[in-house]
Design a protein around this ligand. Structure first.
Ligand SMILES: Cc1cc2nc3c(=O)[nH]c(=O)nc-3n(C[C@H](O)[C@H](O)[C@H](O)COP(=O)(O)OP(=O)(O)OC[C@H]3O[C@@H](n4cnc5c(N)ncnc54)[C@H](O)[C@@H]3O)c2cc1C
Ligand code: SF4
Length: 329
């Protein structure tokens, strides 16, 4: 590991100011992804600004019914928090969090760090292959290489096809959320769906965050009244494994008719993938397998398979149909 300086911040303003002074800085939260990236020499911060003492580890219910989560709230605490587990509309978030990594990792991993985790593409991580995300303009070894498990079929470009890895973020995309950030010029809010960027022509730009901005909170939309929700993660083995395809589903029924629906996908796309057209195909329809199959078809209709991952197209459809079938049974 390369040498780096370390600074523990005691306030948000101090964290941002310290970060801004360094040429190449990084905020250190749980460290489970950042230190990994530093050890394999993919990220090379000269200064790590530890943000663990900022007091941003509270979960608060707001007057308008939204749930405000401090960026330092760990994945374990969020998954088991009463305000999450007591709301059927938020069950999807708890299930997504508990499907990720291991207990030990979830005890360290934070809300902000989870959102900001880097892709698991082996060419990105090996440090030598052509990779536009790591080395802009060098190409993409995955497009003609081995692209089975951590490569996408939705939202890809001819510059990058890596899947975005976070389970939690897929659930947040379905629930709806707002990200609060603070930088040297003050604070602002970003719609969660705009926070993760498509690779496009600049896959090295991954987040709608300026270099010296700190995530301080994420506010979840109030749960849909009468809704139930679930996360289904399909993967090669049952733990320590990223999704091949996942679905985050929220539905509210009036009798057997779908009154409201939210649908997001993971494991198949380059960002947390909200499938709004598919949601519209569910709303007002009977909760039948035919309705679910049609929505799944719509959700995956723009998918483009590569040499080894075309199986994700039917698998993605299956992740939607199975989740909806179980949830509405
Ligand atoms: C073996 C293994 C298996 C895993 N399996 C899964 C899985 O199945 N599903 C899944 O979703 N994840 C999985 N993960 C990833 C894990 O969830 C992430 O490593 C973790 O969530 C990152 O959170 P952290 O707090 O440790 O972030 P850190 O490592 O501290 O930071 C990650 C990045 O976010 C930045 N950052 C952190 N906080 C902020 C902030 N407040 N504002 C701005 N930038 C910030 C850091 O600078 C860094 O660039 C796995 C990880 C490992 C090691
Ligand atoms: S898929 Fe993306 S991360 Fe992987 S090699 Fe290509 S550019 Fe790099």
């Amino acid at each position: 590991m390369r040498h780096f300086d370390y600074s523990r911040a005691e306030s948000v303003d101090q964290a941002v100011a310290t970060y801004s002074q360094a040429e190449a800085a990084a905020f250190l939260a749980g460290g489970t992804n950042l230190l990994d990236m530093v050890k394999i020499d993919i990220m090379r911060p000269e200064l790590m600004v530890d943000v663990n003492r900022l007091g941003l580890d509270e979960i608060e219910k707001l007057d308008d019914g939204r749930l405000r989560i401090g960026t330092l709230v760990t994945n374990s605490v969020l998954a088991h928090h009463f305000e999450v587990t007591s709301q059927p509309g938020y069950a999807v978030l708890s299930e997504a969090l508990l499907s990720g990594a291991s207990t030990q990792l979830r005890n360290k991993a934070t809300t902000g760090g989870n959102m900001m985790q880097r892709v698991r593409c082996p060419y990105f991580r090996d440090g030598v292959s052509a990779c536009n995300k790591r080395d802009p303009g060098s190409g993409c070894a995955a497009i003609d290489g081995y692209n089975r498990s951590v490569h996408a079929v939705l939202g890809t470009s001819d510059k990058c096809i890596a899947t975005y890895p976070s389970d939690m973020s897929v659930a947040m995309a379905a629930v709806g959320a707002t990200v609060s950030v603070t930088g040297p010029e003050g604070s602002r809010e970003i719609d969660f769906l705009d926070f993760h960027l498509l690779p496009g022509d600049k896959p090295w730009e991954e987040f709608a965050l300026k270099d010296d901005e700190l995530i301080t909170h994420v506010a979840l939309d109030a749960p849909i009244q009468g809704a139930r929700s679930a996360y289904l993660k399909l993967r090669d083995r049952s733990s320590y494994q990223f999704a091949l395809a996942s679905s985050a589903v929220i539905v509210a029924l009036d009798g057997n008719t779908i009154r409201d629906a939210r649908l997001a996908m993971g494991g198949v796309a380059t960002k947390p993938w909200r499938a709004k057209e598919a949601e519209n195909a569910l709303k007002g329809q009977p909760a039948t397998e035919q309705t679910f199959a049609r929505a799944a078809q719509i959700a995956m209709q723009d998918a483009k398979g590569y040499k080894h991952n075309a199986f994700k197209i039917p698998l993605g459809r299956q992740a939607i149909v199975r989740n909806l079938t179980t949830l509405t049974a």
